[in-house]
Design a protein around this ligand. Structure first.
Ligand code: ADP
Ligand code: MG
Length: 351
């Protein structure tokens, strides 16, 4: 296994004017579980394929431990990669598919059998070991791909590119948990690409949030939730995402239009500030705070979401358990402790 270092890495596809990946420096610690999270087209697969060696970056270097592997292929890098759609050998059985990477490395037959049995059990394919891979459904075939990606214990890293796309929703949660268990058991460096925040947040120790070719923040799920570095992270993480209202900060007073909303401490003055507050940290009020128009209330079972609007900004409020909406509640108040201040979309730090 290896520590993976990206140095001034960037990529522009041939014939394209735009960078698919903007310059990036990062160290992927040996043995950690990472998720690469961002919307479709933001550059996740580009970054993953550069790490695996399928794609050579147009700029920068990639190191495994202290060795420069920028020009090496996937085999030399000793990486396993699982793709979005199943890649199986049709003429082989499920068991033979799983055994293939081990056979290739010349492992003893009894060791192979032991390992294949173990992996099959883990991803619930034990019953199908002797079936031909070609006759199976897409999600079973994708499980074979997952199993083959995980069967070798001596790889430097395992990379997953949206591996649960074709998996039946009911099976997804189980597989996600099994992947996480596998990580705990074997301690491989794992990088898991997804556009689904639930997948990212449940799988990873560290989540790398990308948008438009740029890495905006790398942090634990809690850090991304409590202290998003960028308004996009605020929006993208959470359900609903963070509310953003334009205002200013004068002597630590948050003023939105002419309303004094909250008093903070330790900030310099900020004109054109973006006030960020999560729906979890907003409350309805009859008289205090910002006047809002409530459009609707959604009952999601575990809690209710109030969909409201202030001027042109959407304001979502998650009601606490047992909290009721009275007819005269047409204001929203923010919890001062939980407010984030942003300028030009980036978080403003304070003392
Ligand atoms: P993601 O995996 O996050 O959906 P990609 O890494 O596939 O995003 O794509 C990032 C950007 O690079 C997109 O704008 C996409 O259109 C472009 N792109 C991807 N592959 C190629 C390619 N082979 N040639 C040219 N442009 C590409
Ligand atoms: Mg992709």
């Amino acid at each position: 296994m290896a520590k993976i270092t990206l140095r001034k890495l960037a990529h522009t596809y041939e014939g394209s004017k735009e960078q698919a990946l903007k310059p990036l420096n990062h160290v992927w610690e040996d043995g950690a579980a990472y998720a690469l999270l961002g919307p479709s087209g933001c550059g996740k697969s580009t970054l993953l394929n550069i790490i695996s060696g399928l794609l050579e970056p147009s700029e920068g270097q990639i190191l495994f431990d202290d060795q420069d592997v920028t020009a090496s292929g996937t085999v030399e890098r000793n990486i396993a990669q699982v793709f979005q759609f199943p890649v199986v050998y049709d003429t082989m059985t499920v068991g033979e598919n799983l055994a293939f990477p081990l056979k290739n490395r010349g492992m003893d037959q009894d060791k192979i059998e032991k390992r294949v049995t173990e992996i099959a059990k883990m991803i619930d394919l034990s019953e199908q070991l002797d079936s031909r891979a070609s006759g199976l459904s897409a999600d079973l075939q994708q499980k074979i791909s997952l199993g083959r990606g995980m069967v070798r214990e001596d790889v430097n890293a395992i990379l997953f590119d949206e591996p649960l796309t074709v998996i039946d929703p009911a099976m997804k949660t189980d597989l996600r948990i099994q992947l996480k268990e596998l990580h705990h058991e074997f301690g491989h460096t794992m990088i898991y690409v997804t556009h689904d925040q639930t997948e990212a947040l449940t799988f990873a120790d560290q989540v790398v949030v990308m948008n438009q070719g740029e890495v905006l923040q790398i942090g634990t799920p809690t850090e991304l939730f409590e202290r998003p570095a960028h308004t996009f992270v605020g929006h993208f993480i959470g359900s609903p995402g963070m509310n953003i209202v334009e205002g200013k900060l004068v002597n630590n007073h948050i003023i939105i239009n002419d309303t004094l909303c909250n008093i903070l401490s330790g900030y310099d003055d900020v004109d054109n500030a973006q006030i960020g507050i999560r729906p979890e940290y907003c409350a309805l009020s009859a008289s205090e705070g910002l006047p809002i128009t409530i459009n609707r209330v959604e009952d999601l079972g575990k809690h209710k979401v109030v969909r409201a609007i202030y001027e042109k900004s959407d304001i979502n409020i998650i009601l606490r358990e047992g909290e009721e909406i009275e007819a005269d509640m047409n204001h929203v108040v923010f919890d001062s402790e939980k407010i984030g201040i942003f300028k030009n979309d980036w978080r403003v730090e304070h003392d």
